[in-house]
Design a binder for this molecule. Structure first.
Ligand code: OXD
Ligand code: MN
Length: 628
């Protein structure tokens, strides 16, 4: 171990010069160059502030990863699962209060409040920096600070971006190693002068000398702060993946959406799949769905119609850029899946179940007596005895879930049995279709085709789910989630809508992906789901693909283009004609009320919604009135 000479922390508010102190650094990467100097001095600056006991530069090797996991098991932070059932896999149990993203404590610290917009918490950057200095001062005392260089997208790829996360959480390091490409190839790019995003994470639980640690350290005070102008993220107080794997929501969506705005591309909360028809023709589909709308299931779809195949490219995030050919090209910038476990089972998503055969980090699921894991929905029947996510004995009569509803699996994308062979191709794939979906009991048909790009952007901007079940067919209060980006857009969403319109202007009209809205969740007047969903959603994709191939006509309606129901491939399932009629019913009066709600929603953007979208709303009303 080398001893690095670095400096003691500044005390917040004091002008005292930092004092040099000794700190163990186990190894520093052997690169030179100006970029390396900038990286080293940033690491020193963070260490000076946070005061870790040790610094470990992560090299991304398998041996290092195994040593970290072994160390976490030895320290009682994670449990090694029975290798007979789940080789190379582990269970982490979080603090019971640290189980989800903390949207209320997530901030965009842009110079101008207006640039954060009404959907984000804004923080004045200078004041926020001072506040963060206070909370991060000494926050890593007694712990190891890991330096994790990572790439989103293939290392050095034309659509890729790189970053460095420093963290005092080994759980964050092993998770980052699954979710991103971590290693010295990235450090080398930095040394050679590549731009990189700076991200800092601390669980906010310094250890005094001799103080005993807890398995999941965290702090009641939490911050997830983004500085969009300087491309920095600071996350404090939480070890939960969405707050601690900073490459994911913080970088790949909030910060990347700002980079995309400035460079002319899109960072989207979208899955990415390749659909292959019975003739072997391949189409690429990106789809945005709010949480709990079956996004992972669609990403790993097994079509129920013969001859069709789906290859998975990504399950959560897509970076999408106009190419010189006038098409949109997309990559999945991640390298793994951080998916919700409950509801993932043989009947709902057999691909995910197969993906999780081993080499998986589970968080907050239940433990079986045989050393394997379980969660609600994995099997139809619960095992007789389990240890629940909080470590307590559990039986099916316990009256509470065994796994936390937001329990997670973290697993390499490459382990998915239907992953596309070229899933990490640096140039990505050309998009043919963009889908927007929500969970709507009422109004929104199973599928609607946008009439053009601007109408598609309008559909994306109005994605919503009912707050109430609305089972009786009344329009419930709508929870808006435009483009499924509500908590993830790093700038004013009004400007973001405009950016979508401007990206469309860079595409060749005959090569732009076609946009569709889908809704698997419409209910009949008796409250039943009208559509079987899951693998049968392939029937909707089949219609979409025949539609874009010019094989079927559509029916014009006031809200967009609908299928002739006889064009849907319903072989092998029984959806009565009456249900089909309800699935595609457009009630002008109800849609006019929905248009009023859209107007109210647009008004929250203080005049920032582009005129083209206001015009879409006016045209919609005009068509609905004409249809009344
Ligand atoms: C996620 C989310 O964790 O969207 O992917 O919340
Ligand atoms: Mn997501």
């Amino acid at each position: 171990m080398a001893i690095a000479e670095i400096f003691s922390p500044r005390t917040a508010g004091s002008n005292e010069a930092p004092r040099p102190i000794a700190r163990a650094v186990d190894r520093t990467p052997d690169f030179s160059g100006e970029g390396m100097q900038a990286l080293r001095s940033w690491v020193d600056e963070i260490a000076t502030l946070t005061q870790p006991a040790r610094i470990h530069w992560v090299d991304g090797s398998r041996a290092e990863n195994e040593a970290l996991l072994r160390g976490m098991v030895d320290e009682g932070r994670i449990i090694k699962l029975n290798p007979e059932w789940r080789p190379g896999s582990y269970l982490a149990r979080s603090h019971p209060a640290d189980v989800a993203r903390t949207e209320g404590r997530t901030f965009i610290a842009s110079e101008r409040e207006e640039d954060a917009g009404p959907t984000n918490n804004w923080a004045e950057p200078t004041a926020m920096r001072a506040e963060l200095e206070g909370v991060f001062a000494g926050s890593m005392r007694g712990r190891t600070m890991y330096v994790v260089p990572f790439s989103m997208g293939a290392v050095g790829g034309p659509l890729s971006h790189i970053g460095v996360q420093v963290t005092d959480s080994a759980y964050a390091v092993v998770s980052m190693s699954i979710m991103t490409r971590v290693g010295e190839a990235v450090t080398e790019l930095i040394a050679d002068g590549a731009d990189w995003v700076r991200t800092v994470h601390s669980v906010g639980a310094p250890l005094a000398p001799g103080q005993e640690d807890v398995p999941w350290p965290c702090n009641d005070t939490k911050y997830v702060v983004h500085f969009p102008e300087t491309l920095e993220v600071f996350s404090y107080g939480s070890g939960y993946g969405g707050n601690a794997i900073l490459a994911k929501k913080c970088f790949a969506l909030r910060i990347a959406s700002v980079i995309g705005r400035d460079q002319g591309w899109l960072a989207e909360h979208m899955l990415l799949i390749r659909v292959i028809d019975p003739q072997g023709r391949a189409y690429h589909v990106a789809a945005a769905f709010p949480s709990a709308c079956g996004k992972t299931n669609l990403a790993m779809l097994r079509p129920t119609i013969p001859g069709w195949r789906v290859e998975t490219l990504g399950d959560d995030i897509a970076w999408i850029r106009p190419g010189e050919d006038g098409r949109l090209w997309a990559i999945n910038p991640e390298a793994g899946f951080f998916g919700v476990a409950p509801g993932t089972g043989e009947s709902t998503n057999v691909t995910a179940v197969e993906t999780l055969w081993g080499n998986t980090i589970f968080t907050n699921v239940a433990l079986r007596p045989d050393g394997d894991v379980w969660w609600e929905g994995l099997t139809d029947e619960a095992p007789a005895n389990l240890t629940d996510w909080e470590g307590n004995a559990w039986t099916p009569d316990s009256g509470r879930p065994a796994a936390h509803p937001n329990s997670r699996f973290t697993v390499a994308a490459a382990q998915c049995p239907q992953i596309a062979e070229d899933w990490d191709a640096p140039q990505g794939v050309p998009l043919d279709v963009i889908l927007f979906g929500g969970r709507r009991a009422t109004n929104v048909p199973l599928v609607v085709e946008a009439t053009d790009w601007a109408h598609g952007v309008f559909l994306g901007s109005t994605i919503s789910s009912e707050r109430t079940a609305a089972a009786e067919g009344t329009l419930g209060e709508l929870r808006r989630d435009p483009f499924a980006m509500l908590p993830f857009c790093g700038y004013n969403m009004g400007d973001y809508f405009g950016h979508w319109l401007s990206v469309g202007n860079k595409l060749r009209f005959d090569r732009a992906p076609r946009i569709f809205q889908v809704n698997w969740f419409r209910r009949g007047s008796d409250g039943r789901f009208l559509w079987p969903g899951f693998g049968d959603n392939s029937r909707v994709i089949d219609w979409i693909i025949r539609r874009i191939s010019g094989e079927v006509d559509a029916v014009e309606s006031p809200i967009g283009r609908l299928p002739h129901t006889e064009d849907l491939n319903l072989d092998g399932i029984d959806v009565p004609q009456a249900d089909l009629d309800e699935l595609f019913a457009v009630d002008p009066a109800s849609w006019l009320r929905e248009a009023d709600l859209t107007e109210e929603f647009y008004a929250t953007f203080n005049g920032k919604v582009p005129a083209a979208l206001q015009a879409e709303l006016s045209s919609l009303r005009y068509r609905l009135k004409a249809a009344q």
